[in-house]
Design a protein around this ligand. Structure first.
Ligand code: SF4
Length: 194
């Protein structure tokens, strides 16, 4: 089963490597497909690769990614073992701009195939762009973070702040965005272990 998953995911990854469906394919250095464990119970979807991710081909490896890893580990998780991590688009938008709706929609099938293959217990939409992709452009991240939905064929899905926002908010005091994010991660842990 694990081997079957790996074969399927590698096939999707190869398709992405040969994909130029949207403009982002023209300027990428590498496609940024995934990181973590394909057998994990939790699948986290971020926005889009940045410069560090484009250079390495791995999601969430820059400053924001390091902060995400730190918070995950402080809550008792292993990023490597407990999460499968990917993004709404596989190629870096120039100047780190937000991917357009058209780019997200052209790339969506790869993401949906990843979700179907990994078949997680919990999905985490990380940041406003990721959340808007699935909950509509009108949502406000401050109003929906920490809430739970049934999406992607009835999978428990929640929303957390993007770590790049947390980089600008250093406080860890009760009620601060970092504190709230840690409460969200504890809840994700609880739900994933049920
Ligand atoms: S972002 Fe997605 S759709 Fe656009 S070129 Fe890259 S893999 Fe293809």
């Amino acid at each position: 089963m694990a081997e079957e998953k790996e074969i399927k995911l590698n096939k999707i990854k190869e398709e992405c490597k040969n994909c130029y469906k949207c403009e982002l394919g023209k300027t990428r250095k590498n496609i940024v497909f995934s990181d973590g464990n394909p057998n994990a119970k939790i699948l986290l979807i971020g926005e889009a690769p940045g410069a560090d991710e484009d250079a390495t081909g791995t999601p969430f490896v820059g400053r924001a990614g390091k902060l995400l890893t730190k918070l995950i580990e402080e809550c008792g998780f292993s990023r490597k073992d407990d999460f499968y991590i990917c993004n709404t688009v596989k190629c870096r938008p120039p100047e780190n701009r937000v991917p357009t709706d058209e780019e997200k929609s052209l790339c969506e099938n790869y993401l949906l195939e990843q979700i179907k293959t990994v078949n997680p217990k919990v999905i985490v939409l990380c940041g406003a762009t990721s959340a808007k992709s699935f909950l509509g452009n009108k949502i406000k991240i401050s109003e929906i973070r920490g809430k739970w939905y049934k999406l992607f064929d009835n999978i428990d899905t929640t929303v957390i702040f993007h770590p790049s926002y947390l980089l600008r908010n250093h406080s860890e005091l009760e009620g601060s965005p970092r504190w709230l994010t840690k409460q969200d991660i504890y809840k994700i842990k609880e739900i994933s272990e049920q």
